[in-house]
Design a protein. Structure first.
Length: 120
């Protein structure tokens, strides 16, 4: 839980309670990846806890995970900006996110964490 919480931060923290957790499985039912999305007011879908099984990394599974999460979110609301955050030293994740069209937000200032967005 971040602290201090101002009004918008509190609203965001409460929205996170309504995250939609999703698992990606292969044809045998084995768990391949996991991720969550939640709706961040006014018009953003934010992804969280994205992770690909260690033995399946480097196979672009993140592309399928993001596609499926975005499609699922779009069933509730369309045309939202997609957003995620990544630790600045997480090079594999940053490369994958850039390849998928996510651009670092310049207005969110943090040395340790990069907020990235993909517009509709
Ligand atoms: C970040 C992550 C989700 C990427 O998923 P992915 O399906 O492996 O994505 P990609 O296949 O596009 O690979 C991304 C980079 O990981 C690197 N990679 C390849 N094999 C790897 C392996 N076995 N282990 C770690 N990284 C590997 C590749 O170099 C690739 O970079 P490249 O495109 O320049 O070659 C995944 O590495 C992961 O689950 N990491 C731990 C959780 C995490 O960091 N989540 C943050 C998400 S914002």
């Amino acid at each position: 839980m971040p602290w201090p919480l101002d009004g918008p931060e509190l609203a965001l923290a409460l929205y996170r309670e309504y995250a939609h957790p999703r698992a990606l499985v292969d044809e045998t039912g084995a768990l391949v990846a996991f991720g969550e999305y939640y709706f961040k007011p006014p018009a953003t879908v934010r992804f969280a806890r994205l992770i690909v099984a260690p033995n399946r990394r480097g196979q672009r599974i993140i592309d399928t995970l993001i596609d499926r999460l975005a499609a699922d979110a779009a069933r509730h609301r369309t045309s939202d900006t997609l957003e995620l955050a990544v630790f600045a030293d997480n090079s594999p994740a940053k490369r994958a996110n850039l390849r998928l069209g996510f651009i670092p937000r310049q207005d969110v200032l943090s040395d340790a964490i990069l907020t990235m967005q993909r517009h509709p």
